[in-house]
Write a protein that binds this ligand. Sequence first.
Ligand SMILES: *Cc1c(COP(=O)(O)O)cnc(C)c1O
Length: 223
Amino acid sequence: MNIKANIEQIKEEIKKYSPYPEKVKIVAVSKYVDVDIIEKILETDCNVLGENKVQVLKDKIAYFKEKNTNLEWHFIGNLQKNKVKYIIDDVSLIHSVNKLTLAEEIDKRAKAVNKKVDILLEINISEEESKQGYNLEELFKDIKNLKKFENINIIGLMTMTPLNAEEETIRAIFQSLRKIKDELNEKYFFGTLKELSMGMSSDYKIALQEGSTMIRIGSKLYK
Ligand SMILES: *Cc1c(COP(=O)(O)O)cnc(C)c1O
C-alpha cells in the first residue's frame, strides 16, 4: 500500500481530466481503514475524510480531535434521522440528503447547536431500487421546501452510479447530474450550487471529465 503515491497519481489525473482542476477536492474515504492508516493519509496534504457509518465516524472524530484540528469530516452514507444529532457538531458536509424529513431534522439539530450545515442533495439518476437518492420527480416537488431551511446550506448535488455499469451509462449519469445542477441553479439557486460530488475509485476519471468537483476515493488509496 502506498497511499502517498496513489494520491499523487490521482492529483495528476485531476489536472489531466478535469476542465477546472483547481476546483476539485479529493474526499479520502476512510470507511475501510483504522486510525493508523488514516494517519498515513494525513501525512499527505489531504485533509478531507469521508465516512458512511455514524458510530465509526464519531469514534474517529474523537480520536483525531486533539491531534489534528485541520480535518474536515464528510458524511457520505445513508443517514438515519435519529442519528443526525450524533454527528451534527463535527461534520462539515453531508453528501447524502435524500428526503425532506431528513433535511428537516438536520436543520433542527443544526439550529440547536447554533450552526449552519453544508449539505448536498443525493440524486438517484439511474433510478435503481437499491440506490438511496432522490428521484427527479420528488426532488422537484420538494425543492422549494428544501430551500426554506435556515440552518442548511445546499451547496451542490451528489450521485452514485450502478455497480458494473458500462462507461457510456456512467458518463450519461454524470452528465445528467451536471445538467440538473445547472437547471436548479437557474430556476431556484441563482448559482449557489457549486459542488458536484461524483466519481469513486472505479469511475472518477469519467466524473472528472464531466465536471466533478468532489471525487470520493476509497479502495484506490489503499492499493
Ligand atoms: C465507499 C464509498 C465510496 C468509495 O468507494 P471506492 O469505490 O472504494 O472508491 C464513495 N462514496 C460512497 C458513498 C461510498 O459509500
